[in-house]
Write a protein that binds this ligand. Structure first.
Ligand code: HXC
Length: 258
């Protein structure tokens, strides 16, 4: 377990990393310090060779957005010179699967970080939104882009231009969320899925993630070719033989990452 001022990180023997945003009195508002510590924690996750990252928030929020108190007096020069807030994108660049476990508010930058996760589990009482417009700004770490790709232009315009919040069921209907579960089961559900994924062949998992992400980035024909190449490549590894042999022997597979 690593303690940061604004986060906690635990990497278990199951090689699942649990990273908790931990400024509950400010609803886990995303401060500069938290962003710095977040990138350090992601480095630690990589060094620990974790297989899956679960990201959650302490208390009654996943994160209620960027820290408004800290942002209020920033100038254009400061924002652009420091490329302020861009380091959050490190989450989207991780090679291992990431699962967001959202309890309570996921607003503004909190919603954007949630959308960077590969899977998103939400408690029934969770609420999502991009309320930046009411602050005289717009989403700044992917809200206009990732949200639009997921829910389409009419819904993205509605959420971003009105700033209205949606509950977990609506987020699920819009395709923003993978699963909705009772509030007190969100983290357990995310950890269970993470352990399941961590038990599979890491190369197959990486291939699957890369291929799905490619779907947003390229044409169908290029994406299909990319998938086919990865599919063929997995036959270079012992894990493919083991997975198929285990099925035929009617026993659990023992993947070795070979
Ligand atoms: C700083 C915040 C905060 C935030 C909440 N707090 N959100 N502080 N930045 N984003 C603080 C409050 O000031 C308060 O501190 C404490 O957390 C509890 O919040 P309350 O407002 O008292 O709680 P509640 O009445 O339940 O309302 C919850 C809420 C509301 C609906 C989530 O806090 C809210 O609207 N927050 C702002 C949401 C938002 O606009 N997010 C977008 C930020 S801009 P005290 O000290 O009074 O107890 C953004 C840009 C993204 O995210 C760009 C890239 C990252």
């Amino acid at each position: 377990m690593s303690e940061y001022d604004t986060l906690t990180l635990a990497v278990g023997d199951d090689r699942v990393a649990l990273l908790t945003l931990n400024r509950p009195t400010a609803l886990n508002a995303l401060s500069s310090q938290m962003m710095r510590e977040f990138t350090e924690a992601l480095d630690e996750v990589t060094r620990a060779d974790a297989r899956v990252l679960v990201l959650t928030g302490a208390g009654r929020a996943f994160a209620a957005g960027a820290d408004i108190a800290e942002m209020r007096d920033r100038t254009f020069g400061e924002m652009t010179d420091a490329d302020h807030l861009s380091a959050w994108e490190r989450l989207a660049a991780l090679r291992i699967p990431t699962i967001g476990a959202v309890n309570g508010f996921a607003l503004g930058g909190g919603c954007e970080i949630a959308m960077m996760c590969d899977l998103l589990f939400a408690g029934e009482g969770a609420s999502f939104g991009q309320p930046e417009i009411a602050l005289g700004i717009i989403p700044g770490i992917g809200g206009t882009q990732r949200l639009t790709r997921v829910v389409g232009k009419p819904q993205a315009m509605d959420l971003i231009l009105t700033g209205r919040r949606i509950d977990a069921d609506e987020a699920f209907r819009l395709g923003l969320v993978s699963r909705v579960v009772p509030d007190d089961e969100v983290l357990d559900s995310a950890m269970t899925a993470a352990r399941q994924i961590a038990g599979f062949s890491s190369r197959a998992v990486r291939a699957a993630k890369e291929c799905v992400l490619r779907a947003d980035q390229t044409s169908l024909s290029e994406g299909l070719l990319f998938e086919r190449r990865w599919f063929h490549s997995l036959f270079a590894f012992a894990d493919q033989t083991e997975g198929m042999t285990a099925f035929l022997d009617k026993r659990p597979a023992r993947f070795s990452d070979d």
